[in-house]
Design a binder for this molecule. Structure first.
Ligand SMILES: Nc1ncnc2c1ncn2[C@@H]1O[C@H](COP(=O)(O)OP(=O)(O)OP(=O)(O)O)[C@@H](O)[C@H]1O
Length: 274
């Protein structure tokens, strides 16, 4: 298995940092020289990394460093914001996503779970069936199967199977977040983006969602933004450390936490700033 080491000259800060990419393993998503501007303001600088299939990749870094912005580039959610300009390439399974016009297809393949549960004011069943129905699936049996499989996949079936027709908004925050994950799964995505999915949850619900993420990686490629270092260490295989819109270091999670190569990574993961 070959390992490519990309060295980047960080001229602005007058230093040199190394970013490892394990190119021998399958990259589901390849990002090359990605820059993103909100109007005049640049939020991402020459971001390059390969995200591996059926692994969990954590994005960490202090507030405002560009983690969510980067995450949203992976399913073109930033397209919805006025004045955004993006340069560089993002290739998902050999397709350059910014050269394709089929954003709906992309968002079916690359699902998303947000910071706060954002269920619709409708029943649990209808929330999960919403996407498949929009895709044209009308057959009741088929929908029942998708709803059950998705709720099982999100480890919430047993808790809701007797109340599928009741309002999803009557569930606890932690249950709602798992129904959001079920709603994402119902679209049969290959990649799931999670933007601080447990930040609004209590410790027990957080643990459940973390267990779920660990379980889900056998079927999905997961990219998660988190402010919680323990969470990144617990759930992820690879970790990218962002600072001021750049990737400072990207490596196996164990390495990032136990032997970071860059002093700034070390300072961040040991809690010296952030
Ligand atoms: N819609 C927007 N318009 C203009 N600037 C934005 C917009 N969204 C984010 N930014 C700016 O881009 C930079 C990166 O923001 P982003 O939300 O990606 O950071 P983050 O690392 O996810 O932060 P946090 O951890 O606080 O969520 C920040 O300076 C932010 O103010």
């Amino acid at each position: 298995m070959s390992t490519t080491v990309i060295e980047r000259n960080n001229a602005e800060k007058g230093n040199f940092s190394q970013m490892k990419q394990h190119s021998g393993e399958a990259a589901k998503i390849s990002v090359t020289d990605l820059n993103l501007f909100y109007g005049e303001k640049q939020a991402l600088y020459n971001v390059s990394l390969g995200i591996q299939e059926k692994k969990v990749t954590a994005l960490i870094g202090p507030s405002g460093c560009g983690k969510s912005t980067f995450l949203r580039t992976l399913n073109r959610m930033n397209d919805l914001i006025d004045g955004v300009k993006i340069t560089g390439d993002i290739v998902v399974d050999s397709e350059n996503i910014y050269q394709s016009n089929d954003v709906i297809k992309l968002r079916t393949k690359v699902g998303m779970v947000f910071q706060k549960p954002n269920l619709f004011p409708m029943s649990i069943y209808d929330n999960v069936a919403y996407g498949p129905r929009m895709q044209g699936i009308k057959n009741k049996k088929e929908l029942n199967k998708i709803v059950e499989e998705s709720l099982r996949g999100a480890a919430i079936w047993d808790e809701v199977k007797d109340r599928l027709k009741t309002s999803a908004l009557g569930l606890s925050g932690g249950q709602q977040q798992r129904v959001c994950i079920a709603r994402a799964i119902a679209m049969k995505p290959e990649i799931i983006l999670m933007d601080e999915p447990t930040s609004a949850l209590d410790p027990i619900s957080t643990l459940k969602v973390e267990e779920l993420i660990t379980h889900m990686k056998k079927d999905y490629t997961i990219v998660i933004v988190t402010h919680n270092m323990q969470q990144a260490a617990r759930v992820s295989d690879k970790t990218a450390f962002f600072l001021n819109g750049e990737i400072i270091e990207y490596d196996e999670t164990d390495h990032i936490f136990s032997m970071p190569q860059d002093q700034r990574t070390k300072d961040y993961v040991t809690g010296r700033f952030g």
